[in-house]
Design a protein around this ligand. Structure first.
Ligand code: SAM
Length: 301
C-alpha cells in the first residue's frame, strides 16, 4: 500500500487541473483559475514523482516535504484567490460548491502526502539514518492513532503473554505494547523496552514514572541488548524489522537472548511477504509456528 499512495497523490495532481478545465468549459471558473490549477497540478505531480524516488533511500526527504507543503499552501490560497476575484459572490451556492471541490482535492492531497511520509519514516533503516525529531513526532502521532483502531492489549492477549514472563519489546517506539505488557506479566515478570531512538526511551521513561511501573527496563541500543544468554521468554518485533538494516545480525542477537523454545512475534509491515519470510529462512534460527492476522509466531530453534 505504501507505494500506491504516490500513485493516488499523482492521480489527484492530474485531476486538479482537469476538473478546473471542465469547470472552465462549463463557465464555472475563470481562465486564471485554470492557470492556477495547472501550476498546482504540474508542481504536485512533479514532487510526487520525485518523492517516490526518495522512497528507495535518499537521505533528506526534501520532495516529501514539498509534496505536503504545496497542498498546504493551496488550501488557504484557493479561498483567498476566489474572494479577491469574486468578492462576496464566492459565497453564492454555486461558487461555494466549486470552492469545496477544490478544497477537498487539496486536503486529500495533503493527507496523502502525510501517508507518503509515514511510509518513508517507517521504512527507513533508522540505524543508518537517524530519524529526525520531526520524523519521530509524526511516527508518535501515527502510533497513537493506530492504538485507537488496533488495540495493543488485544494483540498481547492473542499472543498469550503470561504472568511472570520476560518480554523483550524490540523497537518499542512510544510504548504501545510494552506498557500494557508490563501489567500482563505482573510483578514477577519483566519487560525490556529497547529502542534505537533516545526520544523513544525518553517517552517510555516518562510513562513509567507517571504510571509508577516498576517492571519495565529501558535499553537504548541499535542491536545489542546487553541481556544474558537465554534470559527472555518472548521477543516482540512489531512494525520494526523493516527499519533494521542488518536483519541477520539482529536475529542472531534475538536468538541468543531467547530461552530454548522461546517465542518471537513479528509483523511484516512495510516488507514484501517473501522478503520477510526469507529473512527468517536464511538464518535458520527460527521456525514459523503460526500466523494470526498480521502477527507471525516463530519458535526459537
Ligand atoms: C514503527 S515504530 C514501532 C514501534 C512499536 N514496536 C509499535 O509498534 O508501537 C519502530 C521503532 O523501531 C525503532 N527502531 C528502528 N530501527 C531500530 C534498530 N535497529 N534497533 C532498535 N530500534 C529500532 C524506531 O526508533 C521506532 O521507534
Amino acid at each position: 500500500m505504501n507505494k500506491e499512495i504516490y500513485f493516488y497523490y499523482s492521480l489527484i495532481a492530474v485531476l486538479y487541473p482537469l476538473v478546473k478545465v471542465i469547470c472552465y468549459i462549463n463557465g464555472l471558473v475563470y481562465l486564471h483559475g485554470v492557470v492556477y490549477g495547472l501550476i498546482a497540478g504540474v508542481s504536485t505531480i512533479s514532487v510526487g514523482i520525485l518523492a517516490l524516488k526518495e522512497y528507495d533511500g535518499a537521505n533528506k526527504p526534501v520532495w516529501h516535504w514539498l509534496a505536503a507543503l504545496i497542498p498546504l499552501i493551496v488550501i488557504p490560497l484557493t479561498p483567498i484567490i476566489m474572494i479577491l476575484h469574486l468578492g462576496l459572490r464566492t459565497f453564492l451556492m454555486e461558487k461555494m460548491t466549486i470552492f469545496m471541490i477544490f478544497e477537498g482535492i487539496a486536503v486529500a492531497q495533503f493527507i496523502l502526502a502525510i501517508l507518503m511520509f509515514r511510509g518513508l519514516i517507517f521504512k527507513r533503516g533508522t540505524d543508518k539514518q537517524k530519524m529526525p525529531g520531526i520524523g519521530f513526532a509524526i511516527m508518535k502521532t501515527v502510533l497513537t492513532l493506530r492504538s485507537l483502531f488496533k488495540k495493543p492489549e488485544r494483540t498481547l492477549r492473542e499472543m498469550g503473554l503470561q504472568k511472570g514472563q520476560t518480554l523483550l519489546d524490540y523497537g518499542c517506539g512510544i510504548g504501545s505494547f510494552c506498557i500494557p505488557a508490563a501489567k500482563m506479566v505482573g510483578d514477577d515478570g519483566v519487560v525490556y523496552a529497547l529502542d534505537i531512538h533516545p526520544l523513544a526511551i525518553r517517552t517510555i521513561e516518562r510513562k513509567i514514572k507517571k504510571r509508577k511501573i516498576a517492571n519495565i527496563k529501558t535499553i537504548l541500543s541499535d542491536r545489542e541488548t546487553g541481556l544474558p544468554d537465554e534470559s527472555v521468554d518472548v521477543v516482540l518485533l512489531y512494525d520494526v524489522l523493516q527499519m533494521v538494516s542488518d536483519k541477520d545480525k539482529l536475529l542472531d542477537e534475538l536468538h541468543r537472548v531467547l530461552k530454548s523454545g522461546g517465542i518471537l512475534f513479528a509483523t511484516a509491515e512495510h516488507l514484501d511477504l517473501n522478503e520477510f519470510m526469507n529473512i527468517f529462512a536464511k538464518e535458520k534460527l527460527f521456525t514459523l509456528a503460526e500466523q494470526r492476522g498480521e502477527v507471525f509466531r516463530f519458535k526459537r530453534d
